[in-house]
Design a protein around this ligand. Structure first.
Ligand code: PLP
Length: 464
């Protein structure tokens, strides 16, 4: 700092009032407000000062007013950009937890906008002109769709299980099969949730085999509930409609214990003969059923509790329910999603989760070929090959249950798959694919209508 030249170049930095009073400075103040612009100028000048101090003497030239203003403008644009952004999911994982799980139906999107842009009758009974319940908006629909006696919606399924355990088994024992003590979706651990709920976990059986007799032996005067957890992935390898549930239920009821079933990702519509739907599980008489609103319905994140009135009513009165309460946005999106299910054929068409799940491979192959033809034309460096791929339901139980899909194998001369991955991730609308056996792949099953254009442009940019 004793260096004369260095001090000089620092002194030559434009002053705050000059920057603010320049034409562009005034425009930025108009757009962003004075206080934010002043902060941005301070931060940019700080950076310029630091880089001047670290430069060799001969390179020090100071900083022009225009250069500082350009940097301030960029800095402000960066500050004003949201961190939560739209991305294109080209992973082929339909319910990707890292990408927000379900894409909502058009009606659910509209319902969100209505809830966001004005006041609502969230807790106001329009017929009686008095205070109402926020849960009523979805409760009747849930009962109609599942024929359950009672329903309650909370923040997510982890919260639903926590509330059920806390209400029915706090300070008591709850029995779970060792084969069901799983970790789901990265962070939902059955034993941890039981502990948080205040119940003592009693494990029975072994990891791969649990018999009815194991449960029977574990029941004591301290037992308050039996918990059954759905460990397999959605739809593909559902648990069977076996006698197991019925037997367990008979045992529980013979000891006057409730059976709680965490269906997690189970199934709402009847896809396959081997998978029990929520409706069927309720019909067998299970006392409390819980599942996720996003994984199971393709709706918003939510935890849905269905079951016997006495148990669900007790949960509604639990203070924990207040802490796990859903907001108006969740309720708006959930109600609109549930309305789709009044007609299962309509739900198949209108809920993006099902539309993607049911898209014929042939259609995806045609899309892949169209994109490849479009980008391969007249381009030497970049090569796109349509290839069969494997999509997954996701949502976090057992990975590896895959179904046929179609996608793009993208390569570019002079770029490694890692570099390609980085390129697509850094686009204005980031595209997230995956690398498999040294190839960069995009799966088209999870790509939404209209996103093909973004992909085509992104691939062109990769070729330079
Ligand atoms: C996903 C899942 C959960 C956790 O549900 P969230 O809605 O993510 O809280 C719990 N149990 C099972 C069986 C699940 O599949």
């Amino acid at each position: 700092m004793s260096d004369k030249k260095s001090n000089e170049s620092l002194r030559r930095l434009p002053a705050m009032h000059k920057i603010l009073n320049a034409e562009k400075g005034r425009e930025l103040t108009e757009q962003y407000g004075r206080q934010l612009v002043v902060t941005a100028v301070d931060e940019v000048l700080d950076e310029v000062r630091k880089s001047l101090l670290s430069l060799e003497k001969k390179e020090k030239t100071g900083a022009s007013l225009d250069m500082v203003l350009d940097r301030v403008e960029n800095h402000l644009a960066g500050l004003a950009q949201t961190s939560l952004r739209r991305v294109i999911n080209a992973t082929g994982v339909l319910l990707h937890t890292n990408m927000g799980r379900a894409v909502l139906s058009k009606k659910a999107q509209e319902a969100l906008l209505v809830a966001a842009s004005g006041y609502t009758n969230l807790e106001y009974d329009l017929e009686r002109g008095e205070r109402g319940s926020r849960y009523e908006h979805v409760e009747k629909l849930l009962l109609r769709l599942t024929k359950a006696e009672s329903a309650l919606v909370v923040n997510n399924n982890a919260g639903a299980v926590l509330l059920a355990i806390n209400t029915l088994a706090k300070g008591k024992e709850a029995i779970v099969s060792r084969g069901e003590l799983v970790e789901i979706g990265g962070s939902f651990r059955v034993p941890e949730v039981m502990k948080l709920g205040g119940a003592k976990l009693v494990e029975v059986g072994t990891t791969n085999r649990t018999h009815l007799a194991d449960y029977k032996q574990a029941i004591s005067d301290d037992t308050a509930a039996i918990l059954k957890v759905h460990t397999s992935n959605f739809r593909i390898v559902g648990f069977s409609k076996s006698v197991e549930r019925k037997e367990l239920l008979e045992l529980a009821h013979s000891k006057e214990l409730p059976l709680i079933e965490d269906l997690g990702s189970g199934s709402f519509l009847d896809f396959s003969q081997e998978e029990a739907t929520v409706f069927e599980v309720i019909a067998t008489g299970v006392d409390v059923v819980t599942f996720s609103g996003d994984k199971l319905l393709g709706g918003p994140q939510a935890g849905i509790l269905l079951g016997k009135k006495e148990y669900i009513e007790a949960m509604k009165k639990n203070q924990l329910a207040r802490a796990l309460r859903v907001d108006k946005f969740t309720l708006a999106a959930l109600e609109a999603t549930l309305l789709e299910y009044l007609s299962p054929e309509k739900a198949m068409e209108n809920v993006p989760l099902y539309r993607m799940l049911n898209a014929p491979v042939e259609m995806l192959r045609e899309k892949a070929e169209a994109i490849a033809t479009e980008v391969n034309r007249g381009r030497e460096r970049i090569k796109v090959i349509p290839i069969p791929t494997k999509a997954q339901m996701g949502g976090g139980s057992i990975p590896g249950q895959e179904f046929p899909s179609y996608g793009l194998d993208i390569s570019c001369e002079g770029k490694s798959p890692m570099e390609l991955e980085g390129h697509f991730r850094s686009l204005p609308i980031p595209i997230i694919g995956y690398i498999e056996r040294e190839r960069y792949i995009m799966d088209l099953r999870t790509v939404l209508p209209g996103e093909e254009e973004v992909i085509i442009n992104g691939i062109r940019l990769a070729g330079g």
